[in-house]
Design a protein around this ligand. Structure first.
Ligand SMILES: [Zn+2]
Length: 105
């Protein structure tokens, strides 16, 4: 295990540390509204996309495009993640998702 990097120091981390999330650690999907900034966190599971159709605060449509919706794509992703998580104890390897390093701001 790599040590935890403290917060508040000014030291710059130059070495590239790859960051991974274990598949089983994926719990929810967070959605931040591009319009008003409202944040919504939903447990991963099939059917979550219906909660993402529009922003609960400003009502901006989130998944719609002209003539359709990405609801099926989002629900499919959530369903696959859920299925994979259930398979984890029975398959022969551990699964990790690599995430991009946080950009310097
Ligand atoms: Zn909004």
């Amino acid at each position: 295990m790599s040590p935890t990097i403290g917060v508040g120091g000014s030291a710059k981390v130059t070495s590239q540390t790859k960051q991974f999330i274990e598949m089983g650690d994926i719990l929810s999907l967070r959605c931040d509204c591009k319009e008003c900034g409202a944040s919504l966190s939903l447990p991963i599971g099939f059917g979550l996309a219906k909660s993402l159709l529009s922003c609960p605060k400003c009502r901006k449509p989130w998944l719609q495009f002209e003539g359709g919706t990405y609801q099926i794509t989002v629900d499919d992703f959530a369903k696959r993640v859920e299925e994979l998580k259930q398979l984890l104890p029975t398959i022969g390897c551990k699964l990790y998702v690599e995430i991009a390093p946080e950009a310097d701001s």
